[in-house]
Design a protein around this ligand. Sequence first.
Ligand SMILES: Cc1ncc(COP(=O)(O)O)c(C=O)c1O
Length: 392
Amino acid sequence: MSDQINALIKESTTSFYVFDIAALKQRIRTLRASLPETLSLCYAVKANPFLVKEIADEADRFEICSPGELEICRKLGIASEKMVISGVYKTPQMLEELAADMDFHGIVTIESLRQYEILCGQVKKYGNRIPVLLRLTNGSQFGIGREEIEHIVAEREKHGDISILGIQYFSGTQKVSARKLKREIEHLDQFLGRLETEYGYRAEELEYGTGFPVAYFEEDKLDEQELFQSFSQQIGSMCTHPAVTIELGRSMAASCGQYYTHVVDWKQNKGQNYLLVDGGMHQMVYFGQYMAMKPPFFGVCGKEDAPKEEVWNICGSLCTMNDIILKQASLPKMELGDVLCFQNTGAYCMTEGISLFLSRDLPAVYLLLENGELLQVRKSYDTAELNMPVYG
Ligand SMILES: Cc1ncc(COP(=O)(O)O)c(C=O)c1O
């Protein structure tokens, strides 16, 4: 562990995140080396906006799902050529702004017929010929049905101002099954084939959120290389040949993150040992956790090699009985003030939590840069400010 992180652990008084940029870039290199060379990588900003600037060159694209994410990417200097404006609801203002901005050279995804009509109208009005990806639904509220996509494609000449680049598809996260991915690729391939034979439309691009998984728990048995190999083979055997971009959040970002939280109290209730930490479920979410039973990869700072001689239930500091991080955790001899470090917290933890509950502070965020410098990129935030009613 770097001296700077050690110093931070000693001086910190509440929970914080560290994102290791060298580890993140290594992860992207591993992904590229394990997947077909022709594949492009799109980073889903929602997973962790704090990483965007650091991988501006490493990612081929950035998937942006809200006006807020767009603002972040713009301010961080992401070129519009790398932007895919996505997300189920795009405000009409945002669509108009993009259509009016002749310097915007990104892609927009289409999530409904209404969104398509609004964008067609704006593009006609302003003349910025924005390329679009039609999002194919997986049967949820996201995307558009096959028949409607076929309708748009059949009528594409009527909307000559808009160019339909291809299809976007995402059906869920943490997909561990190679067979499921295989089935999805076969369906996508069939659908693209049908667009070609029935409507003479050849999709140039397929943008695919594969939902690649992360091994979060000690018990997880994930053969990632086998999954990537099977996926690569399947992509290689497609009959249609769109340029494929995969949209990834979790698989790209999770492993670079550590979350640190302090032991602030302890007690024994009805024979159970409870260790209370200053963080909790509002700051750290492990996808697939079940009743706090599965140990994630974590340790007690400075006691990594100490024998495990105590059993504790680790709980967060929210007023809900659900705020249990881990039940019956085997730990070394614990003291108040010990700091727990949870691994694989680089994706979604800092964005998905119920962080306004109880008006507790938002943790500070640090980047461990490649030169070893620890850079604070967000201060600890007082959420009481946001929950404070303002009169008059
Ligand atoms: C459209 C789309 N693409 C990509 C992602 C990223 O998914 P993951 O983090 O599983 O890679 C998401 C996540 O919600 C999504 O909605």
